[in-house]
Design a binder for this molecule. Structure first.
Ligand code: ZN
Length: 132
C-alpha cells in the first residue's frame, strides 16, 4: 500500500494527482494490472476528468456548489453536510487499468483528489494489483 499526502488550500477544489499516482505505479513495477486510488475520508473524494483546460475544474467546483449549497438547513450537527453529500456523489475510489507500466488514461484525462471541506491535510491510498 502506498500513501500520498495531499494538502488542500481552499474549501472546495480539485487537485491533480495524476503524476504522483503514475510515479507510484512505476515504483511498484507492475506492467499489466490495475491501479486503485482510494480516499479514506468522508468529505473528500476522487474523480477522473479533463486535465487539459483548467476551466473544466472550475466549472465542476462552481456547479457542485450550486447543486449542493453549503447552507441548506441540514440536520448534521458538524455543519459540513454539503461536503459529505458531494463526497458521496463523487465516490471514494477510482480504478485505472495499467498497461506497459503506465496508467491507461485517455489523452485528456487526469486523476483528481476532490476536496469538499478544506483546507486540510489529506491522504490518498494507492494500491496496484498485477494481472500478468
Ligand atoms: Zn460532518
Amino acid at each position: 500500500m502506498n500513501t500520498l499526502s495531499v494538502k488542500s488550500r481552499t474549501k472546495t477544489e480539485l487537485i491533480d494527482i495524476t503524476a504522483e499516482v503514475q510515479n507510484i505505479v512505476h515504483k511498484t513495477g507492475v506492467k499489466e494490472g490495475m491501479c486503485f486510488v482510494y480516499v479514506p475520508h468522508t468529505t473528500a473524494a476522487v474523480t477522473i476528468n479533463e486535465n487539459a483546460d483548467p476551466s473544466v475544474r472550475k466549472d465542476i467546483v462552481d456547479e457542485m456548489n450550486k447543486i449542493v449549497p453549503w447552507d441548506d438547513n441540514y440536520a448534521h450537527m458538524e455543519g459540513n453536510s454539503a461536503a459529505h453529500i458531494k463526497a458521496t456523489l463523487f465516490g471514494a475510489t477510482s480504478a485505472i487499468p495499467i498497461s506497459k507500466g503506465r496508467l491507461s488514461l485517455g489523452t485528456w484525462q487526469g486523476i483528481y483528489f476532490c476536496e469538499f471541506d478544506g483546507p486540510r491535510n489529506r491522504e490518498v491510498l494507492v494500491q496496484t494489483v498485477k494481472s500478468e
